[in-house]
Ligand binder design. Structure first.
Ligand SMILES: C[C@@]1(CC(=O)O)C2=NC(=C\c3[nH]c(c(CCC(=O)O)c3CC(=O)O)Cc3[nH]c(c(CC(=O)O)c3CCC(=O)O)/C=C3\N/C(=C\2)[C@@H](CCC(=O)O)[C@]3(C)CC(=O)O)/[C@H]1CCC(=O)O
Ligand SMILES: NC(=O)c1ccc[n+]([C@@H]2O[C@H](COP(=O)([O-])OP(=O)(O)OC[C@H]3O[C@@H](n4cnc5c(N)ncnc54)[C@H](O)[C@@H]3O)[C@@H](O)[C@H]2O)c1
Length: 256
């Protein structure tokens, strides 16, 4: 049956970008899987505590502990690790003891703390995925538990397809949006919809290369167009600015 509304395809997961920055995360275990989880957490600026006996830490986790990148509790997990005053926002377990894992999962549920128990889908509030990262760009591939190794292969394939400099161009768009909000800080519905409409039109017109070539002066010139509502090309901005667009010379002087 076709309608004008999106068709529902149940059976997926809700993919979100969790803002875990400065929140407490408890990692139980200090082996290879824990080491991977810790990298993901630190890349998201979380405050990480690892609970695991010292002799169980692998080289990478020991390095994180010794360099003060994570806090360390040198023993096996105890329920007091989830006491409310610890303000634990998330628990990730990666231990080689399935019974301990299940006990920890049950305790997380009692304390209403979201948890991921590595390799036990039925004891996960959320799954990890395979992530491509390029500056502010993150692309997560999930197979919804069907084939994690395929998720990694697909992630690599997607990474190879993306134009060089994609992450840098997104960084520039972020700077432009912030500058526009400073130049036109209006908060009325009309202001917001004008800002969004103009910003969307710039993103549709400009390429990755255009954003990457845009310098500070160009950005200022571009924002100056905002009041008029016009969306100039990169070449117009650069010409209006310095009159020095470097055109690729095709030998024709424009007469072909
Ligand atoms: C993506 C990635 C992220 C990460 O972990 O960071 C990830 N697993 C990765 C690798 C990987 N894991 C396993 C293998 C061995 C090959 C194989 O078994 O296929 C390999 C491949 C390898 O090691 O190369 C074993 C395995 N994993 C799970 C089970 C249990 C089960 O399926 O029932 C078993 C079998 C145990 C057994 O047989 O007993 C379960 C989960 N693993 C998930 C995530 C979640 C679903 C993600 C999705 O659907 O896409 C989910 C549901 C829960 C979770 O853990 O969050 C990471 C790749 C990152 C990267 O490289 O980019
Ligand atoms: N989801 C995935 O991608 C994936 C991939 C491979 C393995 N796994 C699974 O993840 C789990 C961990 O794998 P690994 O390779 O990191 O194992 P590992 O043996 O390298 O590490 C296990 C760690 O758990 C610690 N530990 C054990 N009991 C503990 C407790 N009660 N409290 C605190 N720490 C405790 C050990 O000291 C050790 O540091 C295994 O169950 C494995 O099957 C998941």
């Amino acid at each position: 049956m076709s309608t004008k509304f999106p068709e529902i395809q149940g059976g997926g997961s809700l993919i979100l970008a969790w803002q875990i920055k400065n929140k407490e995360v408890l990692v139980v275990g200090g082996g290879e899987v824990a080491a991977g989880r810790i990298v993901n957490l630190l890349n998201a600026d979380a405050k990480v505590t690892v609970v695991c006996p010292r002799e169980g830490l692998n080289e990478e986790v020991a390095y994180r502990v010794d360099h003060g990148q994570v806090r360390h509790i040198d023993r096996i997990f105890l329920p007091l690790d989830l006491e409310p005053e610890r303000k634990v926002a998330m628990v990730l377990t990666a231990v080689d003891d399935p019974e301990a894992s299940t006990r920890i999962w049950k305790y997380c549920k009692e304390m209403k703390i979201p948890a991921n128990i590595a390799d036990v889908p039925s004891e996960c509030d959320f799954y990890f995925g395979s992530v491509h990262r390029d500056g502010p760009l993150q692309i997560m591939v999930s197979t919804n538990g069907n084939g994690p190794r395929l998720a990694a292969a697909i992630r690599r394939q997607i990474g190879r397809m993306l134009p060089k400099g994609t992450g840098d161009s997104i960084e520039k768009v972020g700077q432009l949006r912030r500058r526009l909000r400073r130049a036109a800080p209006g908060k009325s519905t009309r202001d917001i919809s004008k800002r969004m409409g103009w910003m969307s039109a710039v993103c549709d017109r400009w390429s990755t290369e255009d954003f990457n070539a845009m310098d500070d002066e160009d950005m200022e010139t571009l924002v100056d167009y905002y009041e008029s509502g016009k969306v100039p090309s990169f070449e117009e901005v650069r010409l209006g600015n310095r009159g020095d667009v470097v055109w690729e010379f095709d030998g024709s002087f424009g007469w072909m």
